[in-house]
Design a binder for this molecule. Structure first.
Ligand SMILES: [Fe+2]
Length: 333
């Protein structure tokens, strides 16, 4: 793999200018597409008493490895993660765009991660071929949490990781994921769709990491709230929500992600490509952060009809893939 061009190590919350990137295509009106933010937050209060030392988690989402997002941007994101020397890397889905054409590139990128990585799938992974994406993650040494949880040991501490499969395409099963979760050990959740977070909070998972929204790509004049919140019906658009304190509600972080599947335009500070760090075991308020917990938008529940339509969409795409691969397959006709 070639080195990403001109990436300097970032102090948390500083922009990384991704200069001289071969192949980078500037989109009309783009202001911030060439910058990657590394944002740092303290973890939930719950972890302060449960961990003997801080655990640094790097969160990466919506890489969408493919034609729209230049490879040097992807490499810079991986380099930014490694530069922060996290104990764990957590990935919250959408590794591909609309095809399986870039799985080799995805594999080599993920192989560059220096810390143990854990992942959940997103809607684009199910649309493009979940089985193949799963196999690629496995080959890259990434552990996939498909409605499952696992416990990792870091030094003398143990941390439970709870992963939900993608809710947008109807694959999330929180009951299955939470079965056997130990209340005496600290936990952190992963879900591509942020609206699943309250289910995990109620089971004692105090922090959930998500993606999917890309912060609307255009985050000026509250356009991202209009598009992602009011038009698309999401309660959570970008950043930190809920409560990291000891309240009944847990906390949630929605990443703006790294890549894009259709167009790479990103305008506005909140829409910048981002790597997010969480220092678990560090008390919130100990250092300045980019923003504090925000109030969720009203949102709109997904109707049963719409959900069925989304599930049908996955089946239709799988059928199209099968028939392209083997036109004589009787199950594809
Ligand atoms: Fe995405």
């Amino acid at each position: 793999m070639t080195e990403p061009a001109s990436v300097t190590l970032a102090q948390p919350d500083e922009g990384l200018p991704l200069l001289n990137m071969p192949g980078y295509r500037r989109f009309p009106g783009e202001l911030h597409g060439r910058h990657l933010r590394v944002r740092r937050f303290a973890g939930p209060l719950d972890h302060v008493t449960r961990l003997s030392r801080p655990i640094r988690v790097a969160h990466l989402s919506d890489q969408h490895v493919g034609r729209v997002t230049p490879l040097p941007v992807q490499q810079a994101a991986i380099a930014a993660v490694n530069a922060q020397k996290p104990d764990l890397v957590l990935l919250t889905g959408d590794y591909v765009c609309h095809s399986l054409d870039y799985l080799d590139q995805l594999e080599s990128l993920l192989c560059e991660l220096k810390a143990p990585a854990f992942a959940v799938l997103g809607n684009h992974d199910h649309w493009s071929g979940a089985w193949e994406v799963r196999r690629t993650l496995h080959r890259a040494g990434v552990t996939l949490l498909d409605n499952a949880h696992t416990t990792v040991r870091i030094g003398s501490d143990r941390l439970q990781l709870v992963g939900l499969d993608d809710a947008y395409t109807g694959h999330a099963d929180s009951r299955k994921a939470l079965r056997g979760l130990r209340p005496d050990l600290p936990a952190i959740g992963l879900s591509h769709i942020a609206e699943e977070a309250p289910r995990l909070w109620r089971a004692g998972v105090p922090l959930v990491l998500s993606g999917h929204t890309h912060s609307g790509h255009i985050a000026v004049a509250r356009l991202h709230h209009l598009l992602i919140g009011h038009a698309a019906g999401h309660r959570y658009v970008h950043g930190l929500y809920g409560d990291r304190g000891a309240g009944e509600e847990g906390a949630l972080y929605v990443s703006a992600g790294i890549g894009a599947s259709v167009f790479g335009l990103r305008v506005g500070e909140r829409a910048r490509r981002e790597v997010t760090l969480f220092d678990l075991g560090v008390q919130p308020g100990l250092y300045p952060e980019h923003h504090t917990e925000q109030i969720a938008l009203p949102g709109r529940p997904v109707s049963l009809r719409k959900q069925k339509k989304r599930e049908e969409q996955v089946r239709r795409k799988a059928w199209t893939r099968r028939s392209r691969r083997n036109p004589t397959d009787p199950t594809s006709s």
